[in-house]
Design a protein around this ligand. Structure first.
Ligand code: FNR
Length: 383
């Protein structure tokens, strides 16, 4: 544990412990992976203004996200198949989040079901919805989330079809993995993963079981998604879900001002400026370069968050400086989980918290809400 200093340490351990096909599923982007790269490199264009001789006690990152008190302005992003990265992955990540004091978001495409996560956690978690053509089924998912006490609904709008992810095709991604010779050899080198997986019953898609019968490999999953996710989605449809869900509504996958304005019109509480971690439309801008114009257009009418590319507590401060109310993280959670289970997710959160708090102090603030545009400069005039 003491050798884990930063996220890349968890990532290294993750590479040792998790089967290659799930590493590929987590780490790759779509097409040429340009957006995946930009999401991180554009953060490096933002430089801090260092201040000195300030009173820096006490310090706090405490914030509110859609009315929830959080220890820092970060929520764990919805990640499909988390239960394949580590047995019972969704349960362990949710437990780590609730102990730390940040929200966990359960994906529609999770391995552990809504009910399984609710049974093993004390505090409410959030549920992420993919809208399906079968409105009754979609409504049932919302009802299940309500019955489980979920305290916010995250509707993801950028995956009505799946982006081209070559790594998954090349790796023959299946959940659980098909026992081919290369897979058996790969898994044999990762005995802890395999033993934990044998002990759990959570090895299928927990929320879509039954309706996704026959979904076996990535091709099947793409066909199933193409057949069941609603490509004809309209803002009217989203309004229908707004009416079904009385709690906080967060719309994820917004990259353009016009779409952000639609979210305001339908009464969303927050939007996540997200390109799905560079996994959907490759060639879009990075989220951090898109954030300022969206904050300027709608930031006074709903909460504007960001995800895609956050890899340290310093990145949280960079996003705050450009006006994000909060951030979500996907892959950092997966690295922690795959590396060390629940303890690894806690470690990632602890590292990000320490890094954010220290950076905040160096730029002269005691409270994260005081961070603003004046605390940074751009390295080159790229956005
Ligand atoms: C995701 N993401 C995602 N989003 C969502 O709304 N539902 C989902 O089921 C998934 N599944 C998923 C799987 C994996 C392996 C990854 C990496 C991502 C997108 C996720 O919520 C988030 O937008 C990105 O992960 C943010 O980018 P970073 O933090 O991974 O750079």
């Amino acid at each position: 544990m003491s050798l884990i200093c930063e996220l890349s340490d968890l990532q290294r351990l993750y590479h040792k412990r998790v089967p290659k096909m799930f590493q590929g599923y987590c780490e790759s982007g779509s097409w040429a992976q340009q957006t995946l790269a930009l999401n991180q490199s554009d953060f490096r264009q933002i430089l801090f203004r260092q201040r000195v001789a300030r009173d820096l006690e006490p310090r706090s990152l405490k914030s509110q996200l859609v009315g929830h008190d959080v220890k820092m302005p970060l929520a764990l992003a919805p990640v499909g198949l988390l239960g394949m990265q580590h047995a019972d992955g969704e349960i362990l990540a949710a437990q780590a989040a609730e102990e730390f004091g940040v929200p966990f978001t359960l994906s529609t495409m999770s391995i552990c079901s809504i009910e399984a996560v609710a049974a093993k956690t004390q505090k409410p978690f959030w549920f992420q919805l993919y809208v399906q053509k079968d409105r009754e089924f979609t409504k049932k998912l919302i009802d299940r989330a309500k019955a489980a006490g979920c305290s916010a609904l995250v509707v993801t709008l950028d995956l009505q079809m799946i982006g081209r992810r070559h790594a998954d095709h090349r790796n023959g991604m299946t959940a659980p993995p098909r026992l081919t010779l290369p897979n058996i050899i790969d898994i044999a080198r990762r005995p802890r993963w395999a033993l934990d997986m044998l002990k759990t019953e959570n090895r299928q898609f927990g929320n879509i079981q039954g309706c996704a019968t026959g979904v076996d490999d990535m091709n099947d999953l793409m066909k199933w998604t193409a057949g069941s996710f609603d490509i004809k989605l309209s803002w009217e449809d989203i309004r229908y879900f707004r009416d079904l869900w009385q709690g906080p509504l967060i719309i994820k996958g917004i990259m353009e001002v016009e779409d952000a304005k639609e979210c305001v019109k339908l009464g969303a509480d927050a939007i996540v400026v997200s390109n799905h971690g560079g996994r959907q439309l490759d060639g879009t801008r990075s989220t951090i370069s898109t954030l300022p114009e969206i904050v300027a257009a709608v930031g006074d009418q709903l909460e504007v968050w960001l995800d895609s590319g956050i890899r340290s507590g310093q990145d949280i401060i960079r996003a705050k400086a450009l006006g994000a109310k909060g951030v979500m993280v996907g892959r950092p959670m997966v690295y922690g989980l795959g590396a060390m289970g629940k303890q690894g997710v806690s470690k990632m959160l602890q590292i990000f918290h320490e890094e954010a708090e220290l950076t905040m102090a160096f730029i002269g603030h005691r409270d994260i809400s005081h961070i603003g545009r004046e605390d940074i400069v751009f390295r080159k005039d790229s956005f």
